[in-house]
Design a protein around this ligand. Sequence first.
Ligand code: NAD
Ligand code: TDX
Length: 340
Amino acid sequence: MTNDIFEPKSIVVTGGCGFIGSNFVHHVVREHPGVKVTVLDKLTYAGNRENIAGLPADRVELVVGDICDRDLVNDLAASHDAIVHYAAESHNDNSIANPEPFLRTNVEGTYTLIEACRAHGTRYHHVSTDEVYGDLALDDPARFTEETPYRPSSPYSSTKAASDMLVRAWVRTFGLKATISNCSNNYGPYQHVEKFIPRQITNLIDGVRPKLYGDGKNVRDWIHTEDHSSAVWAILTKGRIGETYLIGADGERDNITVLREILKAFGRDADDFDWVRDRPGHDRRYAIDSSKLRRELGWEPAHTDFAAGLAETIAWYRDNEAWWRPAKEATEARYAAQGQ
Ligand code: NAD
Ligand code: TDX
């Protein structure tokens, strides 16, 4: 079923100073001692060099640059065995306020990377999201599979869908040596305070009431970012070229349930939050069927106790205020301007 195992000695990780990309860099350094990592990151508002600070200099190098920089990307593709592509504009609310950077980074950036990989025969792994499939009704027994038609709802998810389509076409037309993964909602340390879980935790640390969109019944399928990293490594090294794999850990929960777990951890009343304006086009429910990944590549999530993972994440934000504090005020000012 699977290819021979691919054993890269040198990889480029784009977006390796972001939330999930930096977790992958730590994962590779810890679990795969023979591999050197070059991080290509533009250090946008979402990137932070602290996320990979302290890793050994003979294993990890940071190149500050843009994935749309053709010459830079070409040099990196020529000198590495693989590119694992995480860099993106990643936040739905920002994409509604201003879609332009999403078109550029998510679509043009992916195009630049796959053209360079095509030119040099470099292995390419494309990190994408379950949001390309649109949403499911709350009472729909179905979950997303690799065969679910694309139906993205937001500027963010439509640009991710466009980038997936480019990769599929480059595989078929040019024989690009690529795989694609579509993962569900990640949580864990180092996530930007604009995202749902860190926003509510840091609000509570600041004595501010959490903010819930709509009716709070929207469902997300939560996975610990460590499990996302182990899945991407499995696909990079053992996945079949040209294939898509869905990554998920059976973690469906509605937003109000997650929020109440956070409130409880802070000793606050279950109703101690504000209802705020809903996100336009807000997807109702995401749910991943990851049986192909488990069956073909033998992957299993390790962090399946959501309550324990959430408690560790809350503890991390309490212990690492210096990391998130600089971004908090500007993030909340943006939300206030949007009535959220
Ligand atoms: P993030 O916003 O935390 O980090 C993105 C990183 O990319 C930052 O370090 C940023 O500086 C960098 N970047 C942005 N534009 C760049 C450019 N033009 N050139 C070079 N670097 C650039 O994002 P994240 O939440 O870690 O998501 C990483 C990837 O995983 C994205 O592709 C996202 O679509 C995908 N994904 C995220 C989730 C989730 O729950 N967050 C779920 C599934 C898939
Ligand atoms: O303050 C909030 N209140 C609230 O109710 C925020 C910021 C969000 N929400 C809701 C919206 C969503 O239903 O919480 C849910 C999660 O929101 P986000 O953290 O913004 O994540 P989501 O829009 O689901 O997208 C995330 O998962 C898929 C990532 O940001 C994407 O990059 C990834 O592709």
